[in-house]
Design a protein around this ligand. Structure first.
Ligand SMILES: [Fe+2]
Length: 274
């Protein structure tokens, strides 16, 4: 587990520290799951064998430090009753706030991540996220927690789009005039993201040329989201955007019109805001 400690200078009146984690990717099953489901989970677990120990490490770290925890999604790799149960306990133990990742709405009824399931997955996205929110007991599409006069805002961009409704909520927080740290699963596109250029939000279409057409379509933001990305980049009150999705750590500070901190797997960022 990597612990990365850093300081973020936004000129806040009273310094505070928070923790940021992302992409835990739980792959647990129990007696409610079929053999095929268990085999699928076991195969996925090969890539995410760390997830349970990560959960326990973070729980201990939060208990030890008492810092606020923010999770930028993909806590579940796909939905199982056991994953939801673990996530619910994790929310209860840590009191975290979270924005959904793209994996929170992959039900995987056919026990696979496959192009042929993309349409159905997206069609059922809202109802799937309703189910996840009910199980976890938190809103994973929009939430805000104020610490020492700074608003920590989680917003859903997990399907490469941000809704008008969530944008209005962000603007309402902004109207309060306090600085904002914005948390979302998918980072804003930046030339300083040097690998997996096709993953960020509002990435130029040239990066999708080798993608399956359905994946390219999935990653193409609508007009409103392109506008919101510009808005976020130039908002004087949004001081930094925190995200995950890329599975590696990256800091883009003082290089673009908006600062970004991307948190990878197996990592706790401990950020002191001054
Ligand atoms: Fe992920």
């Amino acid at each position: 587990m990597d612990i990365i400690k850093s300081t973020l200078n936004i000129g806040c009146e009273k310094p505070f520290t928070f923790l940021h984690v992302s992409d835990i990717h739980l792959t647990e099953t129990d007696e409610n799951d079929s053999l095929a489901r268990k085999e699928f989970a076991a195969a996925r677990k090969r890539g995410f064998s760390f997830s349970l120990s990560t959960i326990n490490f973070i729980k201990d770290y939060v208990r030890k430090t008492g810092y606020t925890l923010i999770n930028t999604g993909d806590m579940l790799d796909f939905i199982t009753p056991k994953n939801l149960l673990i996530a619910r306990e994790f929310v209860k133990d840590t009191n975290m706030i979270m924005c959904t990742g793209n994996h929170e709405y992959w039900n995987c009824p056919n026990n696979r991540f496959h192009y042929d399931d993309i349409q159905q997955t997206h069609a059922q996205r809202d109802s799937t996220l309703d189910k996840v929110e009910k199980a976890l007991g938190i809103d994973v599409r929009f939430s805000c927690r104020e610490i020492n006069g700074v608003n920590l805002v989680c917003i859903d961009d997990s399907n490469y789009n941000i809704t008008q409704e969530d944008f209005e909520k962000l603007k309402k927080v902004e109207a309060g005039g306090k600085p904002i740290l914005l948390f979302m699963h998918i980072p804003l596109d930046s030339e300083h993201i040097q690998i997996n250029h096709e993953f960020p939000l509002n990435a130029p279409k040239q990066y999708f040329k080798d993608c399956h057409p359905l994946v390219a379509k999935e990653r193409t933001s609508d007009e409103l989201t392109c506008y919101i990305c510009d808005y976020i980049r130039h908002s004087p009150l949004i001081k930094c955007v925190f995200s995950g999705h890329m599975h590696y750590n990256k800091e883009i500070i003082g290089l673009d019109s908006q600062d970004q901190i991307i948190t990878g797997i197996n990592t706790i960022r401990e950020i002191t805001v001054i």
